[in-house]
Design a protein around this ligand. Structure first.
Ligand code: TYD
Length: 225
């Protein structure tokens, strides 16, 4: 297809409209993202905002298939570069198939993990080259960047204590060392320092309801409609 300079691209269309908002949740495993996402989406929906909740990797048929490959316990031989490319592939699909059209339609999209997970887990956790990760993230998302990111920060030991109760649903990525989790947590904190306007660090050790209240207020403050 010929590129027509008068026809806006998908991305230009999205930035020209009264668009929805993209909110992402980040944090190490066990930081409580799922509970907080449920609470926030329910609260936004109650106030009349159309909300869609997505998770990464996943959220599309192709993305869910990639998720199964990534999490399969039999895939112990997966090299870190393959892992990185699979996460990026699932994200590229999700952005184009779901997130951009939803934002264009005025929905608020809440995503359980997004490109900061790759920067933290593959960059800091697995220690892959940060420049390569940046370019891959860029390729995967184009100009689709989160309006706001909630980082649920929790000491590794506290996260591990919470994960004990979930032992029965362990997958390939649940077998990481404490050192890996520590690098990932510290990586997240560095990312937040570099982008303080976008990434809001919340104390994930707070009591659930109190934390939900604080997150809701940060969102309303940061994303005034
Ligand atoms: P999941 O079961 O969704 O974990 P959680 O409920 O904690 O989000 O599995 C996702 C796993 O994949 C999690 O361990 C984090 C990891 N991950 C990466 O390493 N890189 C990424 O880019 C993404 C999106 C996830």
């Amino acid at each position: 297809m010929m590129y027509n300079e008068h026809e806006p691209t998908d991305i230009q269309r999205v930035s020209a409209f009264p668009r929805g908002r993209l909110i992402t949740f980040e944090g190490i495993d066990g930081s409580g993202k799922t509970t907080q996402i449920e609470k926030l989406s329910a609260r936004l929906a109650e106030s009349g905002i159309p909300v869609r909740v997505l998770r990464e990797p996943g959220g599309t048929v192709i993305g869910e298939a990639i998720r199964r490959i990534l999490l399969d316990k039999a895939h112990t031989g997966m090299c870190t570069e393959t892992e990185l490319l699979l996460f990026a592939a699932a994200r590229a699909q999700l952005v184009r198939e779901v997130i951009l059209p939803d934002l264009e339609a005025g929905k608020w999209v809440i995503c359980d993990r997004f490109f900061d997970s790759t920067a933290a887990y593959q960059g800091f956790g697995r220690q892959l080259d940060p420049d390569t990760i940046r370019s891959l993230n860029q390729l995967a998302v184009g100009t689709c960047r989160p309006d706001l990111t909630i980082l649920l920060d929790l000491p590794v030991q506290a996260a591990l204590d919470r994960l004990v109760g979930r032992k029965n649903k362990q997958d390939r990525l649940d077998h990481e060392s404490v050192a890996f989790m520590e690098r990932t947590r510290q990586g997240y904190r560095q990312l937040a320092l570099a982008e303080p306007d976008r990434i809001i660090v919340m104390d994930a050790a707070l009591q659930e309801t109190e934390l939900a209240e604080k997150i809701y207020h940060k969102i309303r403050e940061g994303l005034a409609t």
